[in-house]
Design a protein around this ligand. Structure first.
Ligand code: ZN
Ligand code: ZN
Ligand code: FE
Length: 760
């Protein structure tokens, strides 16, 4: 006989771990007890030596599917209690903290029960079990027990309690377990004061969608707006009311079969769609698909129903649409909607009907967005289904609070070897998003027992994240490190790939403050986590009217054309009076300058599409990408070098600068000769790929690992073009794998740099 004290750390709460141990103990005749603690799970186990060995082996090799064991500690105990049964004890709260599972999409077993008429949870929209359902979005405090979640409001009925207590049941110790007798309820109402409950709520919702109405839906981590995706009028109305005229809209399809009708999907994309997170996956539209009202690009954001509520909204019973637009109800004006009253007030001008429920959203979590890249996920927004699960870091990062940037605001908080990354927060340009940022950080601090010992933020003094870092560092008398934006991007990609020595960074994005006070964004850097140097960039672009030029991209076109020495302004999509007025602003003393690839995309887009305004940052780059006749250079019949405009560089301040003027002159000539927009777009992107290779050949003769980071690398053509050009020339290229390539990933790089630079 042997007796041990066991401590298990990792994702071991809310994933069916205790029931799993209970069943395993029964199989091997192990007696004793286990319980949740604030740091994981602990227990005392007694049994035959061999049986205990087998028990531990199975624990390590086949734990519950959603769990993740980081560490098992075993301590032998001399004094036997001689337990006669195996029990699960009341949770024990102490200092320290454990990990929380993200929200998990409905599992196949629950989905089957949902549509089985004889099942007592038939068509009950909150069905869940140990393997699926809400986690992060319902939790208030640790350890994870029903009384510390929003499910506290719903005492279990006898039937649910019986399942909860039955070790052989799939709902054994499933904290959010409930049924139509005891759990949350849905309800529907609309502007014609129809009110419906239970299944009638879904019938009414589907009817509204069929009639072209706009439905506000309360989901698991926030509110969405929905309409029939195939109804062009409905989508147009939604766009008008939401003031979102051209930004692509994500859709939800009833099933994989419906997705296949609209999009071509690879095996990996199918796996990503069906993965426990059920993210939005950017899929390539079929040629026949006529969904240009949803997205101007060749790709479309698609997800599958991930909660029972969404399944019922989309099922065939009431003849509703099989494809709906499902877009976050949060706009830049009202970024955070959490409760029903707030939703009704803020959405009453937009929605024709509301499908709501009475379970509180404790923690907001938006849909995640990714694409497949080299057979893996490549993130654009990592949130629902992933947050708040931490990344493991190669070094101790305890107490490092990295505050992120401004667009796609995010934070990264360190505890031991864990990095806790925030869910999606949004562009932090107003007080509401900022307060959401702060409250999410407070939630994380409380849930994971995080204490700051060091703050790290961007260089930009106007970012609210920078101001918050300065304020907090002062208040708590803690050190503060400021990290240049593009260096943080570079470090983010390095840490993402566990690279520890010097790297060559190609860091392209829209905007970031440089160490010289100008705006950067087309950078070639060499460095590590301790230091970096800027060795190459692109010729700065003047932005007449500063921020105004970011929306009115015609201004950037003018700056580029003027800089290239072209006096014929007919190609600039602005009227001639405006041109003449703005030309006077085109001097470095009157306009800020930006060496930014994002701005270059803006200007070129304005020229080739004769488009003077964009609705959102990044639209121009997305439009040029979608103009190209091929998605990636692999499908081209000729090499990129053949398509590229001639490259010119000059040296300045010991940097090798890509001269944009000859390229713009070439584009101008192509425009004059009526070369198609799609061919110019292709040649422009080919030029950027070849320019990246040229700089790399020039500077990186030592063949340092190359990292690609920054929002521009959301562009599939540039990402694959540059990667393959460099690889073919013998360079090792790394792209993001676990964090987003855009500014959401900045906090991770800030944290990696702070880890090295922190005062010892
Ligand atoms: Zn389930
Ligand atoms: Zn019940
Ligand atoms: Fe950036």
């Amino acid at each position: 006989m042997r007796c041990i004290h066991i401590l298990i750390q990792g994702i071991v709460q809310g994933v069916g771990f205790r029931p799993f141990l209970h069943r395993l103990a029964e199989t091997h005749q192990i007696y004793g007890w286990v319980r949740n603690t604030s740091v994981g799970l602990e227990g005392i186990l007694e049994g035959e030596n061999d049986a205990l060995k087998q028990f531990l082996l199975e624990l390590e090799t086949s734990p519950p599917p959603l769990s993740f064991i980081e560490k098992i500690d075993i301590f032998p105990i001399k004094n036997f209690v001689r337990y006669t049964e195996f029990t699960i004890r009341e949770s024990h709260v102490s200092a320290g903290s454990t990990l929380i599972s993200p929200d998990i999409a409905i599992c196949p077993e629950c989905a089957a029960e949902l549509f089985t008429p004889s099942n007592r949870r038939y068509r009950y929209p909150f069905i869940n079990c140990t393997n699926c359902g809400p986690r992060y979005t319902i939790i208030k405090a640790l350890p994870y027990d029903r009384k510390r979640t929003v499910m506290k409001e719903f005492p279990m009925c006898d039937d649910c309690k019986r399942e909860y207590d039955d070790i052989h049941d799939r709902r054994y110790h499933a904290q959010p377990d409930c049924c139509s007798t005891c759990g949350p309820q849905v309800f529907y109402f609309d502007t014609k004061s129809n009110e419906k409950t239970k299944d009638d709520a879904f019938s009414a919702s589907q009817t509204l969608l069929n009639m072209g109405g706009i439905l506000a839906v309360k989901g698991i981590g926030g509110f969405h707006l929905a309409c029939d995706a195939n109804n062009v009028d409905a989508v147009t109305r939604l766009r008008q009311r939401k003031h979102r005229s051209s930004k692509p809209l994500a859709i939800m399809c009833r099933s994989l079969e419906v997705v296949r009708r609209i999009c071509n999907i690879t095996q990996t994309e199918e796996q990503l769609l069906l993965s426990p997170a059920h993210p939005i996956v950017l899929l390539s539209k079929r040629k026949k698909t006529k969904l240009s009202h949803l997205s101007f690009s060749s790709r479309l954001g698609v997800m599958l129903p991930y909660t029972p509520l969404h399944m019922l909204l989309m099922d065939q019973t009431y003849g509703g649409p099989d494809t709906i637009v499902l877009t976050s109800a949060n706009s830049s004006e009202c970024p955070v909607i959490l409760d029903n009253m707030e939703a009704i007030t803020k959405l009453k001008e937009i929605a024709d009907g509301f499908l709501l429920h009475n379970r509180v959203i404790q923690n907001r979590c938006d849909d995640s967005l990714l694409m497949e890249w080299e057979k893996k996920a490549y993130y654009f927004r990592k949130s629902r289904g992933y947050a708040p699960y931490p990344l493991l870091f190669h070094q101790n990062v305890d107490g490092i609070f990295a505050m992120g940037a401004e667009q796609k605001a995010s934070f990264a908080l360190g505890r031991d070897f864990h990095v806790f990354l925030s869910p999606h927060i949004g562009d932090m340009k107003n007080a509401e998003t900022f307060s959401h940022y702060k409250s999410t950080m407070e939630t994380y601090q409380k849930l994971f027992c995080l204490k700051p010992s060091l703050y790290v933020c961007d260089l930009h003094p106007d970012y609210l994240s920078t101001q918050e870092a300065m304020h907090a560092a002062k208040e708590w008398n803690l050190p503060l490190i400021q990290v240049q934006h593009h260096w943080a991007h570079m470090a983010s990609c390095m840490a993402d790939n566990a690279l520890h020595s010097s790297c060559f960074g190609i860091i392209w994005d829209g905007t970031g403050l440089g160490t010289d006070g100008s705006i950067w964004g087309g950078e070639f850097l060499i460095g590590d986590y301790q230091t970096f140097s800027r060795i190459g960039s692109i010729r700065p672009i003047l932005l007449p009217g500063a921020d105004k030029a970011i929306q009115e991209i015609g201004r950037i076109a003018l700056a580029l054309i003027h800089d290239a020495g072209v006096t014929d302004l007919t190609v600039v999509p602005l009227d001639s009076d405006k041109c003449n007025l703005l030309i006077r602003l085109l001097s470095p003393t009157l306009s800020p300058k930006a060496s930014s690839i994002g701005r270059l995309f803006d200007g070129v887009c304005a020229l080739i599409l004769q488009k003077s305004y964009v609705d959102y940052e990044g639209e121009a780059a997305a439009r040029i990408e979608s103009l190209s006749p091929v998605e990636t250079p692999d499908s081209l019949t000729q090499p990129l070098q053949k398509l590229s405009y001639p490259l010119h560089f000059y040296m300045e301040h010991e940097m090798r600068i890509f001269d944009t003027r000859p390229m713009i002159l070439n584009i101008y000539q192509d425009l004059k000769q009526n070369v198609s927009a799609s061919h110019i777009a292709l040649r422009f992107m080919a030029t950027l790929c070849c320019m990246a290779l040229d700089q790399c050949l020039f500077f990186n003769q030592k063949k340092l690992p190359v990292v690609l980071s920054g929002g521009v690398f959301q562009n599939r053509f540039l990402l694959s073009g540059i990667t393959s050009l460099l690889r073919n020339s013998g360079f090792t290229v790394y792209t993001h794998r676990q964090v987003s390539t855009n500014d959401e990933g900045i906090c991770f790089g800030q944290l990696a740099i702070a880890q090295k630079k922190k005062p010892q």
